[in-house]
Design a protein around this ligand. Structure first.
Ligand code: FEO
Length: 401
């Protein structure tokens, strides 16, 4: 880990975590991640924006020393989560006179998880500025991206915005800025889908605040720095919009191929009607793949066999996850199979109670699907196609991919 200059007297201190496989024991990290801190040296004062995940503290402190910094006056905490705030105690140990600048809620949350000296706190207020001498930091509150206390900081003279988690990506990389843009877009979408999507409306408000600032650089606390902020801003504008794509996502599991036979029939009928279909097997699910698919698909079908009168546990997990992510899905359905009795559709619907979509009638088969089952699947395909055609006519569908 080495300090990298962004602009005069502004440095990135990025702790790459190439080996981390899961975030919060929940979110897969196929590309690792990074925890980015930023050092800003003013004519009179020096500030650090965010710190790093505690296991990375030692290398972070070494990189901080490598900048030649003699004192830190302010440690600005944009967010209380420990992957950014967790090394603050170590910084205060090294620079005991430093003040911790945070909004009141963030400060209280940090005090809940770390030993902090209450005398070190300086409260940040929305829209107020902190001068370092030739470098002015303006606080921009952006609550609920993705915790209640989140904020960003705008360095006015250099027009750099530091949004912490917002507009970030779980991507370990040595390049300061976005290298492979195609790779970055997938990482950014996965990150948005898993972390920010449940707060889509709040993200839209936060995005408007970022756009008002007209930053030349956006420097988040995960992943690369954006020297073309319009790329990430345009992506977020699309993801956070109310637009959906006329596309059917089928999340399925099958034990003796009855459910997969129904999924196959439905896929074929939908393809005939010109609707794109994406299939995700819920067994061994990568939650990021499901989350990304949920960002803008108009329609989701949950297809499950019956296990002990309920859904297959893998479908139950997928449904609970989909429900928590609160996607903008417009239409949904449950299909599946059973041997002698089932409450699977009702139990899945209960798991999807926050899923604000219009549900079509479930289609079920006892044992292997027969002609009657396939006729019901064909009718479901007709209903899905008709509903999506209405959406398209209404101009509510989004931009391509
Ligand atoms: Fe990267 Fe919400 O912490």
């Amino acid at each position: 880990m080495i300090p990298v200059k962004i602009r005069d007297d502004v440095y990135s201190l990025r702790a790459n975590d190439w080996d981390r496989k899961l975030f919060d024991e929940l979110v897969p990290l196929p590309d690792g991640t990074s925890y980015n801190s930023y050092l800003i040296k003013g004519g009179e004062k020096t500030a650090l924006i965010d710190t790093v995940y505690p296991p990375k503290t030692a290398e972070f402190i070494a990189a901080l020393k490598a900048t030649g910094v003699e004192t830190i006056d302010y440690v600005i905490a944009n967010h209380a989560e420990l992957d950014h705030a967790g090394s603050i105690p170590a910084v205060l140990e090294l620079f005991p006179k430093a003040k911790v600048v945070a909004n009141a809620r963030c400060w209280r949350m940090m005090c809940d998880t770390m030993p902090l000296n209450r005398g070190s706190f300086v409260e940040a207020k929305d829209g107020r500025a902190l001068s370092l001498g030739g470098k002015t930091l303006k606080f921009v509150f952006m609550p609920w991206v993705h915790w209640p206390e989140t904020m960003g900081v705008f360095l006015e003279e250099d027009r750099i915005f530091f949004p912490c988690d917002f507009l970030g990506a779980h991507l370990a990389a040595t390049e300061l800025t976005v290298g492979d843009e195609a790779e970055f877009v997938i990482a950014a979408k996965r990150y948005y889908a898993e972390i920010m999507a449940p707060y889509r409306v709040q993200c839209r408000s936060a995005l408007a605040r970022v756009e008002e600032l007209k930053p030349e650089i956006v420097a988040p606390s995960h992943g690369p720095v954006h020297i073309k902020p319009s790329v990430i801003i345009d992506l977020y504008r699309r993801w956070t919009s109310d637009d959906v794509k006329p596309e059917v996502l089928i999340v399925y599991a099958s034990m003796y191929h009855s459910t997969t036979a129904m999924v196959g029939r439905l896929t074929d009928r939908l393809m005939e009607k010109g609707l794109p279909v994406k299939l995700i097997n819920a067994v061994g699910l990568d939650s990021g793949v499901l989350s990304m698919a949920l960002v803008d698909a108009s329609t989701v079908v949950f297809a499950s066999p019956t296990v002990l009168v309920g859904p297959h546990p893998s479908l139950a997990y997928a449904a609970i996850l989909a429900n928590a992510l609160a996607p903008k899905t417009r239409f949904a359905a449950v299909i599946g199979s059973y041997g002698w009795g089932t409450t699977m559709p009702d139990l899945l619907r209960e798991m999807l109670r926050e899923f604000k979509a219009e549900f079509f009638e479930p289609v079920l088969t006892k044992g292997a699907p027969n002609a009657e089952t396939f006729a019901a699947i064909d009718a479901l395909a007709e209903s899905i196609a008709a509903a999506n055609a209405t959406l398209t006519k209404g101009g509510e569908t989004g931009a391509p991919a």
